[in-house]
Design a protein around this ligand. Structure first.
Ligand code: NDP
Length: 301
């Protein structure tokens, strides 16, 4: 084995398919980690900066996969990944790691699709923004065959701080990602709604932002309480009760209506709280609400 081959053995070649902000960050981290890096994107222009850093631009996804021992796909969704690699017929030793967002069912379907073609498949979920990739702040979850995670580990760790293997159920990473994205999406919706009301009330926005950060600061402890109480099945309202939330959301809804702000998001929360209160849980903590979101509960809403 020549020195060059030995180096490649220690630092396996990686193909990155998809060069949106996240794919570009992953490719830059792989290059910085010393891995021979082949990139491909539907729109090849986006590879320019990476080529200047040392990446090789493959003319097709087929060429990219053939050049690598591990292919990382990071695109807008699973369909885009499948469409991009549809023409790849030989995946002799190349593992496909899919870091595109999607739900657990899609990850499992993708694993089935890969198995039919003899492709080793690992699914991943990136929990932190593109700017964290290659830094200690990055967190990426992986699920699928342990042997594939172990084989790709050196390379996958160049993407950043924390790589966590969740187990061989390939949908687990996507399940975490979706539940966390649920939290993020609803929090952003809450922030937008609160700012709309603040603007309508003529509140000084920088001052409002300072108080809003205080509300955000309550969430970490609440997450622990939700986890503990849902696991234990006991919901002591030692901080705030559902009855009190019921009254609070009614006040906010009236304030929003008075200012012509859309009350639909608040009405959705009111319905959940109302179901829990009607079932006799007004004295319980907020964590109890998580038990009143199953689809069957909506029938009587
Ligand atoms: P996007 O989610 O906007 O995805 C853009 C990439 O998808 C581009 O490479 C684009 O190609 C490609 N693409 C879209 N449609 C197709 C198609 N039909 N066929 C082939 N390629 C297609 O950008 P990001 O890079 O930000 O995100 C990639 C993934 O990473 C997403 O699933 C996202 O949820 C996830 N993620 C992103 C984070 C971030 O901070 N950006 C954070 C955490 C997760 P083209 O350039 O040709 O349009």
């Amino acid at each position: 084995m020549t020195d060059n081959n030995l180096e490649n053995e220690l630092r396996p070649a990686i193909a990155i398919l998809g060069l949106g902000p996240m794919g570009q960050a992953l490719a830059a981290a792989a290059i910085a980690g010393g891995h021979p890096t082949v990139v491909w994107n539907r729109t090849p222009d986006k590879a320019r900066a990476l080529v200047a850093q040392g990446a090789v631009l493959a003319p097709t996804a087929v060429d990219a996969v053939r050049a690598a021992s591990i292919t990382v796909a990071c695109m807008i969704d699973y369909d885009a990944v499948r469409a991009s690699v549809a023409d790849v017929t030989d995946w002799p030793t190349c593992t496909l790691v899919n870091l595109s967002s999607g739900h657990a069912g899609e990850a499992r379907a993708m694993a089935g699709w890969a198995a039919q073609r003899g492709i080793g498949y690992l699914d991943g979920a990136i929990l932190t923004p593109a700017t964290t990739i290659g830094t200690r702040a990055a967190t990426i979850l992986y699920s699928g065959p342990r042997s594939l995670f172990d084989r790709g580990r050196t390379l996958l760790e160049t993407f950043g701080g924390t790589s966590i293997y969740l187990g061989d159920d390939v949908g687990t990473g996507a399940a975490y990602e979706m539940a966390l994205l649920d939290l993020f999406t609803m929090a952003v919706g809450g922030l937008a709604h609160a700012f709309a009301l603040a603007v309508a009330e003529g509140i000084e926005l920088a001052a409002f932002a300072r108080f809003a950060k205080g509300i955000g600061g309550l969430l970490p402890d609440m997450a622990d309480r939700f986890a503990d109480q849902l696991a234990a099945g006991r919901f002591p309202a030692d901080v705030s009760s559902i009855a009190s939330a019921n009254s609070a959301v009614a006040h906010v809804s009236a304030a929003a209506a008075a200012r012509g702000i859309d009350t639909a998001p608040l009405e959705a929360v009111q319905r959940i709280i109302g179901r829990a209160a009607a079932a006799g849980h007004g004295g319980d903590s907020y964590a109890r609400l998580a038990q009143f979101l199953a689809k069957a509960d909506h029938a009587d809403a």
